[in-house]
Design a protein around this ligand. Structure first.
Ligand code: HEM
Length: 223
């Protein structure tokens, strides 16, 4: 399409905090998936005469980025509820409106346009909500695994709750297994998320991916 003759307008949609947390979270998830899989199946073997503690360093990186993810998960939940701009919260109105669901699903099949109250469509909002719940669960199971290894400091502080959660989940092996299953939810989410981010930008002629870098969305002017 000849975009030169189509009047575009610009809207500021994502604050600096939201953009920084988005990319920090992306980095943390990438590092956690790679280091987590290494912990589960140590595929790099240090030479037998080496004193480099590969597993130890990988576990260290996993914990650093694990705590980073815990912090971002909390900060991001706070921002959702209390940020100055209500552009994310407004999207909830579409989740509770059946017509908005129909409009979104139809627009995905090239029928009509997506008309949103906030920044996300209803399906997108529900997906992000679900992945936030999984993020909370992977953080909780991660902290339980942590407390079972480190009994002092934070691990000690968390011990009582960790022991209770471990018992509820049917033992430490189950905690580890669920932590592992949740990893796959993230992998599947990231593949779909990146695909949809690019696809919706093309489908709805706006700069979907760039907006989480610059904060600005560009889209054809509404008449
Ligand atoms: C997207 C986030 C995360 C992913 C993808 C992830 C992935 C994994 C995976 C695949 C394992 C190996 C499990 C197994 O042995 O089968 C693991 C282990 C572990 N994770 Fe995570 N994790 C994440 C977040 C966290 C967080 C937030 C913490 C808490 C600080 C954490 C702490 C741990 C610990 C302590 C282990 C070691 C378990 C052991 O010694 O067997 N993880 N993680």
């Amino acid at each position: 399409m000849d975009t030169q003759h189509v009047p575009y307008e610009r809207a500021f949609i994502f604050s600096a905090a939201i953009r920084i947390f988005h990319w920090l979270r992306a980095l943390a998830i990438l590092v956690l998936v790679v280091t987590g899989f290494y912990i589960a199946w140590p595929f790099l073997v240090a030479p037998s005469n080496s004193d480099v503690l590969v597993q130890g360093w990988i576990r260290f990186a996993h914990q650093v980025f694990g705590f980073l993810l815990c912090a971002i998960t909390l900060a991001r939940a706070y921002l959702f509820f209390f940020s100055k701009s209500d552009i994310e919260r407004r999207s909830f109105q579409d989740v509770t409106n059946i017509n908005s669901w129909i409009t979104q699903l139809k627009s995905y099949m090239w029928m009509g346009h997506l008309d949103k109250k906030g920044v996300y469509g209803p399906l997108q909002f529900v997906t992000y909500f679900a992945i936030s719940v999984i993020a909370a669960l992977i953080c909780i199971t991660g902290l339980v695994l942590y407390a079972n290894v480190y009994h002092e400091g934070l691990g000690g502080m968390l011990w009582n709750s960790a022991a209770w959660i471990t018992a509820q989940m049917g033992g430490l092996a189950q905690v580890r297994l669920w932590h592992h299953y949740f990893t796959w939810v993230f992998i599947i989410f990231v593949v779909i998320h990146v695909y949809m981010a690019v696809w919706t930008g093309i489908r709805f002629k706006h700069n979907s991916v760039d907006s989480i870098v610059s904060g600005y969305d560009y889209h054809p002017k509404k008449h």
